[in-house]
Design a protein around this ligand. Structure first.
Ligand code: G3I
Length: 469
């Protein structure tokens, strides 16, 4: 019997894991052994993405297409992160610089990189006053602007449907300062206050399964601007307008430090019934002070159960949009900074941690390649749960495997780790394969994990039979 009561992450984990363990195939003894070893500290996650995943969060980075040819950049990205945001390549001027002509080359390259590495993708951004081509800025007619917005949203979201877990539908719609007023963008001027609602409705129609976010900066603590965003989100929720999440960019420096009420501010938005995501985190500084600020931000997200993920705004200081402030987790030579260690430790990871099992070699024990799988729900929060599937080779070594994981709509898998997923057209069936080398010695095990957004349905996923080669 599965306990379906939502609960905090800390409550009798091991007992719950044991109760939720479900075996597919005749490997019951291995399941129990695996569970015991998984709960120990020896296997603490050793990368940001894996550690965050264990906490039911994604850990992403903004990525620039023109850096994907640099091996240190790519190696660091692939090793540490499990979500990607295109830093500029999915903005309006990048995708539709001239009316009706969409160019997806650079955005596709980033999306393909994410897909091929089993990383999820954040979409940034659809309706924004900046990096907007002049031809949009010059539209004066409301119906024409609506048509143009719909075409842009449908085309862009349609292209990445099933891959983008969350879209920044509207970005930076409010002015800075104490007025709490809307920014004077072409959207605001021509369509009035309703453009935000219209954008979200168009976005829901374009990709019903993507989370739809409002994203902004200087809204990280309670102030006039965040109050204005709060009132907007509350109003949208009350009227049933489809908004699922609020992004807090979290660009910090000495003039704009991490506010003392950062966590409380995240929580008040979460209490409106939306996810909160930290979308563009960077903190200027160095050494211990910077590390401590990062620790506070990460801990705040962990303390807010509806905070589902963190993205830092770049991989390395040297390519940061404000590189002089060295605001990221890796220095210009891709060395881990004290801030990196602080983030990893706050996420419960450890640089000395090991991975999960697996192995290579061993002779061919004869017979056909085979494998079995076991499923365990490892954690549950108020809105989502984590699953882990252990794949165990049969009596001979295998070089690859695949497993289908089926969730029940409206559940959605929001992130995965230690595997390379593909999806069927419904988005409900994920086929997981090895992330790189799929070799397993006879009887050896490896595992992959995923987070399921429950959306009110707590049924365990169906794990298909394991296929080996
Ligand atoms: O690609 C051109 C290049 O061809 C040209 O030679 C060069 C000359 O300046 O410009 C290049 O484009 C630059 C682009 O980044 C790509 O590097 C633009 O000038 C530059 O303005 C642009 O800056 C981006 C900025 O958004 C624009 O608003 C930053 O990279 C990007 O990090 C930043 O990201 C924003 C988020 O989207 C929203 N929140 C704030 C955040 C930081 O400003």
């Amino acid at each position: 019997m599965i306990d379906e009561t939502p609960r905090g992450p800390g409550r009798s984990r091991l007992r719950t894991r044991l109760r939720r363990a479900l075996t597919v195939g005749a490997v019951g003894i291995l399941v129990s052994a695996g569970l015991v070893s998984m709960s120990g500290t020896a296997n603490a996650a050793s990368t940001l993405g894996a550690a965050a995943a264990e906490k039911g969060r994604y850990f992403g980075a903004a990525v620039a297409n023109n850096r994907l040819g640099e091996s240190d950049y790519v190696n660091t990205l692939n090793r540490e992160f499990n979500s990607i945001t295109a830093e500029n390549e999915m903005k309006w001027e990048s995708l539709q610089r001239t009316r009706g002509n969409f160019t997806f080359t650079e955005a596709d390259r980033i999306a393909n990189h994410a897909r091929s590495r089993g990383m999820s993708l954040r979409g940034h951004t659809l309706v924004w006053h900046s990096q907007l081509p002049g031809w949009v800025d010059n539209i004066n007619n409301a119906n024409e602007l609506r048509t143009v917005m719909r075409t842009h949203i449908e085309t862009v979201m349609g292209r990445y449907r099933g891959q983008v877990h969350s879209w920044d539908v509207v970005n930076e719609a409010f002015q800075d300062g104490s007025s709490g007023a809307r920014r004077n963008s072409v959207f605001q001027r021509v369509l009035g206050n309703g453009y935000i609602e219209e954008s979200f409705r168009m976005a829901r129609a374009a990709d019903p399964n993507a989370k739809l976010c409002y994203n902004d900066y200087n809204t990280d603590g309670r102030n006039a601007k965040s109050d204005a965003v709060y009132n907007l989100v509350r109003d949208l929720k009350q009227r049933g307008v489809p908004i699922d999440c609020v992004g807090f960019q979290s660009h910090f420096n000495p003039q704009s430090p991490v506010p003392n009420d950062y966590q409380a501010n995240l929580q008040r938005f979460a209490d409106l019934g939306v996810e909160v995501q930290i979308t563009e985190l960077d903190i200027e500084g160095s050494g211990t002070a910077q590390a401590n600020d990062y620790r506070r931000v990460i801990q705040a997200c962990l303390n807010v159960s509806r905070c589902t993920g963190i993205t830092v705004w770049g991989v390395t200081d040297k390519y940061s949009w404000r590189s002089g402030g060295t605001p990221l987790l890796f220095d210009g030579n891709y060395n881990k900074k004290p801030a990196y260690d602080a983030v990893l430790a706050t996420l419960g990871g450890s640089s000395n941690g090991g991975g999960t099992g697996g192995g290579t070699g061993g002779g061919d024990g004869g017979g056909t390649a085979s494998c079995t799988v076991t499923y365990t729900e490892t954690d549950r929060w108020g809105d989502r749960f984590n699953g882990r599937v252990v794949v165990t080779a049969g009596s001979r070594p295998i070089s690859s495997w695949s497993v289908n994981v089926t969730v029940r709509s409206p559940q959605r898998i929001s992130s995965t780790w230690n595997g390379s997923p593909t999806w069927d057209s419904s988005g409900n069936v994920m086929t997981m394969r090895p992330n790189g080398n799929g070799n397993l010695a006879a009887g050896a095990s490896t595992s992959f994990g995923f987070t399921v957004m429950a959306n009110g349905t707590w049924t365990a996923p169906t794990i298909g039979a394991c296929t080996a080669s």
